[in-house]
Design a protein around this ligand. Structure first.
Ligand code: PLP
Length: 423
């Protein structure tokens, strides 16, 4: 459920008409709904209310990569969420937004010694270590600092997630985690190393999962591993089940499993594990809480269907060009008429295409269009290709709205380049 609705024929974000924001901030612009974010947190939390997770209950660590805007993170901090970070930059953002260090987990295959030092000095909850060489580096860094790093190994369960290949992470050929069959050896090695304190197991098999079976299969394997690790003498007190729950993008497709069904499955599989459960949801919290508002520049005749050229491009929203992702595309002021069109941006790449042969609201030059479900992996993947400024972001709360990232002036982009001394 989201809070982007037509009121008197005009799409609103909660109480704010989108044309008001487009007029004041310009387009393209990302618009986020605080009420939708809060609702999704509540639904996710409710879904986990029945799981067994020790006295503290589950730790929900928002995957910062999905939407790292400081105002979004501060909204989530206010709702009690922690953070799953994959870089020093994300860690600093989470902290700057008020997320306590002891609610932060650090994932990622390429943590550097500097990032490890930063995370240790902040006192994060847990490192999700993705290889034995990483454990060795972390051991050296922590020992030199005279501290102990709390660790879980991220296990690659060799389960095919059934999602797009570029967001599938749990197959044996994927770069993520320690192979399931090597897990016992990895824990044994870590137990020998100074500066590490083994505390758990982690798994994350992919994103935009629309079927619970692969997650169930992965979690069942983790349950078996926890028993084996305990038998080998390791004290396992946390199990991090990652993120991955899909959201509806295309209204014509079956709705992905709801958080309640996910929670019931988790409960079934994990009851009796005797651990604190951790979750790293990203998309399910913020996906439907954001739209990208863009204006039609012109409509160009095509051989079969017209090209609707909008002022957003693949640099603003990469998902369609990167993953062939489908976003619902709606007029902000629909007039009841329909059209079939190719929706494209101004960038000089054929891949700068948001949709082909799309049946959609009829639009004309000057009209505003919304790309729906753009709150996750949208602005965060933005870049400046074709010397286009990063997209501004706006947060709405009720009838209020505020710019939470300014449109970067193109002069700032140019000023960041420097001429070498010989020019
Ligand atoms: N955790 C890890 C380690 C991830 O790599 C990701 C995303 O790729 C997530 C959590 C969040 O996934 P999602 O946004 O699908 O919930």
């Amino acid at each position: 459920m989201d809070h982007f609705e037509l009121k008197n024929g005009v799409m609103h974000a909660e109480g704010v008409p989108l044309p008001e924001i487009a007029q004041a901030v310009g387009t393209p612009v990302y618009v986020y709904s605080s009420a939708t974010i809060a609702r999704h947190v509540e639904v996710f939390r409710e879904a986990l209310a029945q799981v067994e997770s020790g006295p503290e209950g589950p730790l929900i660590a928002f995957a910062v990569k999905a939407n790292p805007n400081k105002a979004v993170l501060a909204t989530l901090a206010g709702l009690g969420l922690g953070a799953d970070v994959v870089s020093g930059g994300e860690l600093l953002r989470a902290r700057a937004a008020g997320i306590p260090a002891d609610k932060i987990v650090f994932s990622g295959v390429g943590k550097t010694a500097d990032e490890m030092r930063l995370a240790l000095s902040e006192g994060i909850f847990q490192f999700n270590v993705e290889s034995e060489p990483e454990a060795e580096m972390l051991s050296e860094v922590a020992s030199a600092m005279g501290v102990e790093a709390p660790i879980a190994f991220r296990i690659n369960p060799n389960v095919i997630a059934g999602t797009h290949a570029k967001i599938s992470t749990g197959g044996s050929e994927d770069k993520f985690g320690v192979a399931y069959d090597r897990a016992l050896a990895a824990y044994a090695r870590a137990a020998e190393l100074p500066g590490l304190s083994i505390r758990g197991v982690a798994v994350h098999i992919g994103s935009q999962l629309t079927d619970l079976a692969p997650s169930r299969a992965a979690f069942e394997k983790i349950g078996v591993l926890i028993a084996e690790l305990r038998a080998a003498g390791h004290a396992i007190v946390t199990a991090d089940l990652g993120g991955g729950l899909g959201v509806p993008y295309d209204p014509a497709k079956p709705v992905p499993p709801l958080p309640a069904a996910y929670g019931a499955m988790v409960r079934e599989v994990t009851t009796g594990w005797d651990v604190r459960l951790l979750f790293e949801p990203g998309r399910v919290i913020v996906g439907n809480a954001g739209v990208l508002v863009t204006r039609v520049i012109r409509v160009k005749q095509g051989v079969t269907d017209p090209f609707v050229i909008v002022d957003a491009a693949m640099n603003d929203l990469m998902r369609p060009s990167l993953y062939d992702a489908w976003h619902d595309i709606r007029s902000v002021t629909p007039n009841g008429a329909d059209m079939t069109a190719n929706i494209v941006g101004p960038i000089c790449e054929s891949g700068d295409t948001f949709a082909k042969k799309r049946a959609m609201d009829a639009v004309e030059p000057g009209d505003l269009v919304s790309f729906m479900t753009a709150g996750a992996y949208g602005a965060t993947m933005g870049n400046t290709y074709n010397s286009r400024a990063l997209t501004p972001e706006v947060l709405v709360r009720g009838d209020d709205w505020a710019v939470v990232r300014e449109r970067q002036p193109i002069e700032a982009l140019i000023a960041a380049d420097q001429l070498p001394p010989w020019m």
